[in-house]
Design a protein around this ligand. Structure first.
Ligand code: ZN
Length: 559
């Protein structure tokens, strides 16, 4: 069996858009300019020399790596390069030369763009301004889709590379800006302030096209997948940068292919182990070898971290709550009396009179509502800087979702598919947004209070993670209503749903334990695992969140 076209098409599109965008970004060898702090434009180099005495670090950023899969790969010796780096397994997360946090936790949503922003700033969405793979900014009435989920337009994804989209939207300093050391970043969306940013080049394209026409993206053969070629090619570029410019103080190595491969893999959790073994481990090994060749590996700190994990899902339209599907949240908002914005990156003047906007994250959706007194008639453009009125604008939509979920009215296709509905009293633009609360069909209930009556151990740290998403100066970017579908591993796969325009064999984005836990390993080549454990103990111990990585790295660099 192969994956259905919608799934494969998306994965191919993602792989290709990386290639196209990288091809645009790069003309020779690698990008030979620095990215100016602030990221408004790329400038000529302001070279920071590598330290001769300070620490050195490599961060391997593995998109979508499932912690159990990674640990299995390491312990079963299917990942010999990582195993050699970490040394003997001493149990309880401790290795001879490293320490693996047992229950590291993502911010919400457990989605790529929000999570990497948090990891590489030490902040959280309501403060750093990056609330998901898609979001709507009320201030500028702009829709952002750096990883398109409700739509297929990849223009914003291209801008991750060509236009430093995340650097422009981030409201807090990046790790590179805080460290002010010589830093190279391979592929990652968060690269503002890095000394060099490397991406794959157009010479990889023809090779990848061959894989495309053979259909080898479809999840069974990691070595021959487009994802694998992409990840391996990125190592070519970063090692070339090292050859030309020497070893940096900080090297970030981002592998997007793991996530792309897993979404499209028929048996996602098991197939990912094969990808980690057959592609990722070798790619990591090549980076470590490059350091060895420069006699630079000993004492180099190594972090292995992911942004989120994966939950297996049914790869069919019955489990997808897409914009045009029977159980569409778009339809539930429309039934509440709103003109809903089309699922499109940009809309023309004729469609600019929308009163509601939906952004999708896979296993989470965000709904943004206008004060409809500013735009009562067709063709009126709403004043998005004004918050909606709770009773007149937000409550009708909450009721539409709640009743559809409970009783199948007004949207029969949504019945029984939602887990939790969050909202809050709207706040004016420019003020701190309030924490989300849970709508129980009657009123908003503080999350802690709700959970004391309805315990949900499958939603770890729910109240705190929802505060990080919603409560802060940019909390409005998470919307007026947040939906979680039935998605966790404790419900059968037939009863798991996702908000997306495409179908996949696995998704993430939820508040569930499974996709929110990610690997977070600190090691040091030839260093002591106990020392790594004691460093990690100061930053969340066995259960750090993603926001702990940046302060941990800053402390290692003594900044
Ligand atoms: Zn991701």
């Amino acid at each position: 069996m192969t994956s259905r076209p919608s799934s494969a098409t998306f994965a191919i599109a993602v792989a290709l858009l990386f290639l196209f965008s990288c091809g645009l970004a790069k003309t020779t060898g690698f990008i030979t300019h620095t990215l100016k702090t602030g990221g408004e434009e790329r400038s000529s180099p302001v070279e920071i020399p590598a330290s001769t005495t300070g620490p050195r670090m490599i961060i391997f950023a593995l998109d979508g790596a499932v912690p159990a899969d990674l640990m299995h790969g390491i312990k079963s010796l299917q990942m010999p390069h990582v195993k050699e780096l970490l040394g003997n397994d001493l149990g309880d997360g401790l290795f001879e030369h490293g320490y693996a946090a047992r229950e590291a936790l993502s911010v919400l949503p457990s989605s790529t763009i929000a999570d990497w922003a948090s990891i590489f700033t030490g902040s959280v969405p309501a403060w750093d301004g990056i609330p998901g793979d898609e979001w709507f900014d009320r201030e500028s009435a702009t829709f952002f889709a750096p990883v398109p989920v409700s739509m297929t337009d990849v223009a914003d994804n291209t801008k991750l590379v060509t236009d430093d989209l995340i650097g422009k939207e981030l409201k807090v300093p990046t790790l590179y800006e805080r460290l002010a050391v010589r830093s190279y970043v391979s592929m990652l969306s968060v690269h503002r302030g890095a000394t060099y940013y490397t991406t794959v080049g157009p010479d990889s394209l023809s090779d990848l096209f061959r894989h495309l026409v053979r259909g080898t993206l479809r999840g069974r053969e990691p070595e021959r997948s487009l994802s694998g070629t992409l990840d391996r090619s990125s190592v070519d570029e970063l090692t070339q940068a090292i050859e030309e410019h020497g070893i940096p103080d900080l090297q970030v190595v981002y592998f997007p292919g793991i996530d792309i491969f897993t979404h499209a893999a028929e048996d996602p959790l098991n197939d990912q182990v094969r990808y980690l073994a057959h592609v990722t481990d070798g790619a990591i090994g090549r980076v470590l070898d490059e350091y060895r060749r420069h006699d630079a590996l000993d004492n180099t700190y190594v972090i292995i971290i992911a942004d989120h994990s994966h939950i297996p899902t049914m790869n069919d339209e019955d489990h997808r709550l897409g914009p045009d599907d029977d159980g569409s949240p778009f339809k539930a908002v429309a039934k509440a009396g709103f003109r809903v914005r089309k699922a499109s990156l940009v809309v023309g003047d004729a469609d600019n009179d929308f009163q509601a906007v939906l952004a999708y994250q896979g296993s989470m959706a965000n709904i943004y509502l206008a004060d409809r007194t500013t735009c009562p008639n067709d063709d009126d453009k709403c004043d998005w800087k004004k918050p909606p009125r709770f009773e007149e604008d937000v409550l009708p939509v909450l009721n539409s979702f709640y009743r559809s979920n409970q009783r199948g009215r007004p949207i029969p296709g949504l019945k029984g598919k939602l887990d939790l509905i969050f909202s809050r009293q709207p706040m004016p633009a420019g003020t701190k947004a309030l924490p989300f609360e849970i709508f129980d069909g009657q009123e908003l209930v503080p999350i802690d209070e709700y959970l004391s009556e309805h315990p949900r151990p499958d939603l770890p740290e729910l109240a705190e993670r929802m505060r990080w998403l919603g409560a802060g100066p940019y909390g409005n970017r998470a919307g007026d209503i947040v939906l979680l579908p039935e998605a966790c591993m404790n419900v059968p796969i037939e009863n798991r749903y996702y908000f997306a325009g495409m179908t996949h064999y696995s998704w993430h984005g939820s508040a569930c334990e499974q996709d929110g836990h990610m690997p977070f390993i600190l090691g040091q080549a030839n260093g002591s695992g106990e020392k790594m454990r004691s460093i990690m103990a100061k930053f969340g111990g066995p259960s750090p969140s993603e926001r702990e990585m940046t302060p941990l790295v800053v402390s290692i660099f003594g900044k």
